[in-house]
Design a protein. Structure first.
Length: 287
């Protein structure tokens, strides 16, 4: 179970669920797939000692509403902006992992005045994946393509949520048992809820629109300080792409760090390392 108090508001036309912990300069944490805001359970108490931490469930995930539309990253970024407006928060430090990093990147480009600094974790931007796609990348990103198929993933996954999630968590983590016990059970419950699998699939199915949005401002690099983190052992990111080069194409003021003995889930696999890197990056963020 999530040990933090959850809140709900209606913002950007949907009911959004989020954790709000601590006081100080605001830090927003955006989870990825196949997770929910429960993914940040290790980071929230550490960061909340000095910051106000906002950790929403993204559109289509967890306890946030799962509408039929609005999964392009511009709309999902607007969800977060609307949530911040509702909470009276102007500028934030923004942290995103995986799908959340795609939302965070779009937010930083569309609303640069709202982001003081940006952290992206184990993510290759959508347009770069599309641009570099070849047989090897397609094999590593099979799920990316499978999730684009209408309806079939939902039909095959229904009743098999635990097997589906076990494959991802075992394959994507350096230690295949890193996400086990209560943590694994929490994710199984989340993705077994009505509409949960379709919500995640809808996120992926916005891919064509996401690529078009990214191409429109590909020439614009993110100006705020940016920290790119990734697991050194994850085949589909750290081993397959030159991550410092990838993010140098995206951001002007970049620090890039590979985390050793780590797969796709640094915040869950190596939380102490991630804590140190985040606290160093946020140490002069005063709001």
């Amino acid at each position: 179970m999530n040990p933090f108090v959850s809140h709900t508001v209606r913002a950007n036309g949907i009911r959004q669920n989020f954790i709000d912990a601590g006081n100080g300069a605001p830090v927003v944490l955006l989870h990825g797939f196949p997770e929910t805001n429960y993914a940040w359970r290790h980071q929230i108490p550490v960061l909340a000692a000095n910051h106000r931490v906002i950790a929403p469930d993204l559109r289509g995930y967890g306890e946030t509403e799962k509408p039929a539309t609005g999964y392009d990253k511009r709309s999902m970024a607007q969800d977060i902006v609307a949530l911040l407006d509702t909470l009276g928060i102007d500028k934030v430090a923004l942290v995103g992992h995986d799908r959340g990093a795609r939302v965070a990147t779009r937010l930083a480009k569309d609303h640069p005045q709202r982001v003081d600094r940006l952290v992206v974790m184990d993510n290759v931007p959508t347009r770069i994946v599309a641009r570099e796609l070849n047989a090897s990348i397609a094999k590593a990103y099979w799920f990316f393509l499978f999730h684009l198929v209408p309806d079939l993933p939902e039909a095959l996954i229904a009743g098999n949520e635990a097997k589906w999630l076990r494959w991802f968590f075992s394959d994507w983590a350096y230690d295949p048992a890193a996400i086990s016990g209560e943590a694994f059970d929490t994710y199984v419950r989340a993705y077994s809820a009505p509409g949960a699998v379709r919500g995640a699939m809808s996120d992926y199915r916005a891919n064509a629109v996401d690529v078009q949005q990214d191409l429109e401002d590909a020439h614009v690099r993110i100006a705020c300080p940016t920290l790119a983190l990734w697991g050194a052992e994850f085949e589909a990111v750290g081993r397959m792409f030159d991550m410092p080069q990838v993010w140098a194409e995206m951001a002007e003021n970049l620090r890039a760090v590979a985390i050793e003995r780590c797969g796709h889930l640094p915040h869950e696999e190596r939380p102490e390392v991630v804590h140190g890197l985040l606290m160093e990056f946020l140490q002069d963020w005063r709001g």
